[in-house]
Design a protein around this ligand. Structure first.
Ligand SMILES: *Cc1c(COP(=O)(O)O)cnc(C)c1O
Length: 403
């Protein structure tokens, strides 16, 4: 277990930079990366951080410094990765539903590309033939993930080329001599059960004989991390063993050694992040005590969008008697960040820490209600470093025509 960032450090961050504030703990990101490397040390595995979880340039720089590659989901994410000085051969672009010009641009930038439709595969073949390697994202028909919104591999999902269309894939490959080097699946986010990944491996090993140029099996991201206290995440050690066994067997039977790639987003950064918020008002009604805080769904949408649980701590009154609170945001929507939470007495002015805010937190923030997006701070080598300043009203109006 890796300990949470100590309350005095979070309190100091709030004092220095104000709230609402995102704080990220560099050591935690490194710990998560090391634990992945260790769990999969029995096979030839590479990790590509799915940057959409958190794209701050300093975070990208830090992840790169650990030796981890990156997976991008838009052309701009590629450009951010390049700005963070990540080498193009450490960048993968897993597209979906994009205009082909973005794929051409990605090729010009020299990054790995995964295509996710027959249409894009055909355009790729026509344009590049066998001159540039490409990966194919398949839809494996596996239902998995924390909830339907984050499940991407099932039969009704828009993602990937359905495996039933294998014949059409092969026909395109042979008519345009496409150089397919990786087969890719990403079944969803928050996949608790290692068995789901094993199913994916079986599926891909079952069809890879049709792809003589393939040297990489890409199993995507989706490792689950605990959100509730005492909850379990994906057992990556169990998966590491199963994976090594399956790929060793396959190699012994066929003589073919396949490298494995993963694209963890949440696993690397989720638990490293804290959203710090100050309690503005306490309000009681017949049933509930509300603690109204200075953040809301504009800055952390996961509780509303996914019904996600985020653990909340009272940093400034930790030893007080426990009461039940419903912690709500300040947006003109019902933005409940935590319902019926038993926690130490909350007073107006107390500082709360919303945990597991590193992944899909700031990244999904908006300026709804014309509230400004918060600042981001990285805690590294014992110092708090501002890595994104707080927005100003000027930022909100600068893209609009003046009156
Ligand atoms: C979002 C995404 C990931 C990362 O998912 P996590 O649940 O954050 O690990 C990986 N690969 C692809 C293609 C994605 O779209």
């Amino acid at each position: 277990m890796f300990p949470h960032l100590a309350p005095p450090i979070l309190i100091e961050a709030a004092h220095q930079f104000g709230t609402p504030l995102y704080v990220y703990h560099a050591d935690r990101i490194r710990f998560q990366y090391q634990s992945l490397k260790q769990a999969f040390s029995n096979w030839d595995v590479r990790f590509f951080y799915a940057v959409k979880a958190l794209t701050n340039l300093q975070i990208l720089r830090y992840v790169d410094s650990l030796g981890c590659a990156v997976d991008c989901s838009s052309i701009n994410e590629i450009k951010l990765a390049l700005k963070a000085k990540i080498a193009c051969e450490k960048i993968l672009y897993t597209s979906n539903g994009i205009n082909f010009t973005e794929i051409e641009e990605a090729v010009t930038l020299g990054v790995y590309v995964n295509v996710d439709s027959l249409s894009a595969l055909e355009k790729f073949g026509k344009r590049f033939g066998d001159s540039y390697p490409v990966g194919i994202r398949l839809r494996p028909n596996i239902m998995a993930g924390g909830n339907l919104k984050i499940s991407t591999g099932h039969a009704a999902s828009k993602f990937g080329i359905p495996v039933e269309q294998l014949d059409q894939v092969l026909a395109l490959i042979s008519s345009y001599k496409i150089n397919v080097q990786t087969l890719h699946i990403h079944t969803g986010s928050e996949i608790k059960d290692a068995e789901v990944f094993v199913q994916g491996i079986h599926l891909l090993l079952g069809i890879v004989a049709n792809f003589p140029d393939v040297c990489v099996i890409n199993l995507g991201g989706g490792f689950k991390v605990p959100y509730y206290p005492n909850e379990k995440g994906t057992d990556i050690h169990e998966l590491g063993h199963a994976l090594a066994t399956l790929f060793t067997d396959y190699q012994q039977k066929t003589g073919r050694q396949l490298q494995v790639w993963f694209e963890p987003g949440k696993y690397l950064v989720c638990e490293a992040g804290y959203l710090l918020t100050t309690v503005n008002v306490l309000k009681e009604n017949e049933m509930l005590t509300f603690a109204g805080v200075d953040t809301g769904l504009n800055q952390l949408i996961r509780p509303m969008f996914y019904d996600a649980y985020h653990h909340i701590e009272n940093l400034t009154n930790p030893l007080a008697p426990v009461h039940t609170y419903t912690i709500v945001g300040n947006i003109c929507e019902t933005d409940t960040l935590g319902a019926n939470r038993s926690m130490p007495t909350i007073r107006e002015g107390d500082l709360l820490s919303i945990q597991n805010a590193g992944a899909y937190g700031f990244e999904m923030a908006s300026s709804y209600n014309a509230r400004l997006r918060p600042a981001e701070v990285l805690y590294k080598d014992g110092t708090l470093q501002l890595i994104r300043r707080r927005e100003t009203l000027e930022d909100l109006v600068q893209t609009q025509e003046s009156l």
